[in-house]
Design a binder for this molecule. Structure first.
Ligand SMILES: CCCCCCCC/C=C\CCCCCCCC(=O)OC[C@H](COP(=O)(O)O[C@@H]1[C@H](O)[C@H](OP(=O)(O)O)[C@@H](O)[C@H](O)[C@H]1O)OC(=O)CCCCCCC/C=C\CCCCCCCC
Ligand SMILES: Nc1ccn([C@@H]2O[C@H](COP(=O)(O)O)[C@@H](O)[C@H]2O)c(=O)n1
Ligand code: MG
Ligand code: MG
Length: 220
C-alpha cells in the first residue's frame, strides 16, 4: 500500500537530492552500499543496547537511500539488472540487521524470550515474503499480489514504534510498550502476506502449467 501511494510523493521530494548526488559524481551503487552499511550500523550498534531512539534516527537517515539509488539510476538512464539485483539483495541484508537488532536486545538486557522469538519470526518471515515474489517471478509468473504487509509497511511500523519506544529513556512513561505491539503486528501481518503470496503463486503456476500443457512441454 505504501509502495503504491507514498512512492510518488517521495520520488518528488527526493529527486533534487538524487540529481545533486549525480552532479557530485556519486554512483547509484555507492548510495545502495552506503545506505545499507548505515542501516546495519544503526540497527546492530544501537538496538542491542536498548538505544531505540538513536538507533531509529541513524537508520532513518540511511534507509531512504533505498529510494534515492533507483531515482538516481532512472534520472541518469543507467538502470541496470546488476543495480536491481544489488538493491534487492541489500534490502534483505538491511532488513535482517534491523530485526536481528531487536532480537539481540530481547535475548540480552531486554530479557524476553517470547519477544526475541517474535523478532526472529519477523526477520525470517520478511525474508520469505520477499523470496516468494523473487522466486515466483524467476519462474516466469507475474505474482500479481503485493499483500497486506510489504517491506515499506514492515519498516515503517517497526521503526516508528522503535523510535517512539526509545523515548522511554527520556522519561516518557509506558511508551516502550509500542515496540512489542509493533513486532506482533509485523509478525502476524507478514504471515498473512506470506499466505496471500503463496496462494497467488499456486494459482498462477496451475494456470501457467495448464496453458503450457495445452501448447507443449512445460518450461520449468
Ligand atoms: C519524537 C519522535 C521520535 C520518533 C522517531 C521516528 C523516526 C521515523 C521513523 C521511521 C521512519 C521509517 C521510514 C521507513 C522508510 C522506508 C523507505 C523504504 O526504504 O522503503 C522501501 C520500499 C521498497 O523498496 P524496493 O522496491 O527497493 O524494495 C523491494 C521490496 O523490498 C520487495 O520486498 P517485499 O515488499 O516483496 O517484501 C522485494 O520483493 C524487492 O526485491 C525489493 O526490490 O520503498 C517503498 O515502498 C516506497 C514507499 C516508502 C514509503 C515510506 C513512508 C515513510 C513514512 C513515514 C515515515 C515517517 C514517520 C514519522 C513518524 C514519527 C512519529 C512521531
Ligand atoms: N544501485 C542501483 C539501485 C537501483 N537501480 C535501479 O532502480 C530500481 C529500484 O528502484 P528503487 O526506487 O526501489 O530504488 C532497480 O530495480 C534498478 O532498476 C539501479 O540501477 N542501481
Ligand atoms: Mg532502491
Ligand atoms: Mg530496495
Amino acid at each position: 500500500m505504501l509502495n503504491k501511494y507514498a512512492r510518488a510523493f517521495f520520488t518528488r521530494v527526493l529527486t533534487p537530492f538524487a540529481a545533486l548526488l549525480l552532479r557530485l559524481g556519486v554512483s547509484p551503487d555507492a548510495v545502495t552500499l552506503i545506505g545499507t552499511a548505515g542501516v546495519m550500523a544503526g540497527a546492530l550498534v544501537f538496538f542491542p543496547m536498548g538505544e531505540f531512539f538513536w538507533g531509529t534516527i541513524v537508520i532513518t537517515l540511511f534507509v531512504f537511500s533505498d529510494l534515492v539509488d533507483g531515482n538516481m539510476a532512472r534520472q541518469a538512464g543507467i538502470s541496470s539488472r546488476w543495480g536491481a539485483f544489488l538493491d534487492s539483495t541489500l534490502d534483505r541484508v538491511a532488513d535482517g540487521a534491523i530485526f536481528a537488532g531487536f532480537a539481540l536486545w530481547y535475548a540480552g538486557r531486554g530479557d524476553d524470550n517470547i519477544l526475541c522469538a517474535v523478532a526472529i519470526f519477523c526477520l525470517a518471515s520478511g525474508q520469505v515474503v520477499s523470496y516468494t515474489k523473487a522466486r515466483g517471478e524467476s519462474i516466469g509468473l507475474p505474482v500479481a499480489v503485493n499483500g497486506l504487509v510489504e517491506r515499506a509497511e514492515r519498516l515503517v511500523i517497526s521503526l516508528v514504534a522503535a523510535g517512539l519506544a526509545g523515548l522511554h529513556k527520556f522519561g516518557v512513561p509506558h511508551i516502550d510498550i509500542l515496540l512489542p505491539i509493533a513486532l506482533w503486528i509485523v509478525a502476524v501481518g507478514s504471515l498473512v502476506t506470506l499466505i496471500q503470496r503463496v496462494v497467488t503463486v499456486r494459482r498462477e503456476s496451475a494456470e501457467a502449467d495448464a496453458a503450457s500443457a495445452a501448447s507443449g512441454p512445460a518450461d520449468r
